[in-house]
Design a binder for this molecule. Structure first.
Ligand code: MLT
Length: 246
């Protein structure tokens, strides 16, 4: 299994991605939020690049059948129902609803990954489910770290490392590029203290300073939402709950 890791979505090349399975990671916080919404029973999630696009899409839905969510500068967008905090996407808020979401980096990374033959969404909260799914698929992988404003974000690379570490533990023969090797090394040396390692990084510090410690705790917990979200034809849906199938 060949694995390449993109530090941000800007590195995606259609040519490289089209014969691979893409795994998009935005730990803080877009993929953590979308996975949480799907785990809590929302019908589907539609990622949008722009605020206007999300608002326009919402016009296709009856009142009370959709949630408009997302952020700009990590804050709730005016007029939207929810921000980009995983804890807001509780079952009573999202069950059976369509979530239309736009974020600064994560939703754009998901849409850009659509060149791949299959697109999955990952974060620490579903890392083992994604490893199990990738093991069953047995295909080459491109891990797309969303990054922050076009720059490398350590939280995403650590989760990429967790994914590679999980596949390695399954004794799957893996070929890694340099960022993949670095990510695995980083994760192996920080898995017991993710908060400590990330505490001085840019995005973690920003969210902490905004009083969003609960988001940080929720996003850095392992395997609390064991589902496999698949993005296809503009929509993210939960494929299945691996734990229930065991
Ligand atoms: C993003 O997509 O840029 C992030 O999820 C930002 C955030 O809300 O923390």
């Amino acid at each position: 299994m060949n694995i390449i890791v993109y530090p941000t979505r800007n590195y995606i090349e259609e040519r490289q991605l089209k014969d691979k399975v893409a795994v998009v990671i935005d730990v803080l916080r877009a993929t953590s939020t979308i996975i949480t919404a799907l785990y809590n029973g929302c019908k589907e999630v539609i990622p949008a690049d722009e605020i206007e696009e999300a608002v326009r899409l919402a016009k296709n839905y009856e009142k009370n059948t959709f949630i408009l969510g997302g952020e700009r500068n990590a804050e709730k967008i005016e007029g939207f129902h929810l921000s980009n905090s995983p804890c807001e996407y509780s079952r009573d808020q999202v069950e059976n609803k369509t979530v239309l979401i736009t974020t600064t980096n994560g939703t754009r990374a998901i849409k850009r990954a659509a060149y791949a033959k299959e697109v999955l969404l990952a974060s620490f909260i579903n890392i083992t489910a994604i490893c199990d799914y990738l093991e069953a698929l047995g295909q080459d992988i491109a891990i797309v770290c969303a990054g922050t404003e076009g720059r490398f974000s350590a939280d995403d690379v650590l989760a990429a490392g967790a994914l590679i570490y999980g596949l390695h533990k399954k004794n799957i023969p893996i070929e890694l590029d340099d960022l993949g090797l670095t990510a695995k090394f980083m994760y192996e040396h920080s898995m017991d203290d993710l908060h400590g390692v990330l505490s001085q990084t840019t995005h973690y510090s920003l969210l902490k300073d905004m009083g969003l410690q609960r988001d940080l705790d929720d996003c850095l917990r392992l395997d609390t939402a064991p589902i496999v979200p698949i993005y296809s034809d503009g929509i993210v849906r939960a494929w299945y709950n691996i734990v229930d199938m065991r």
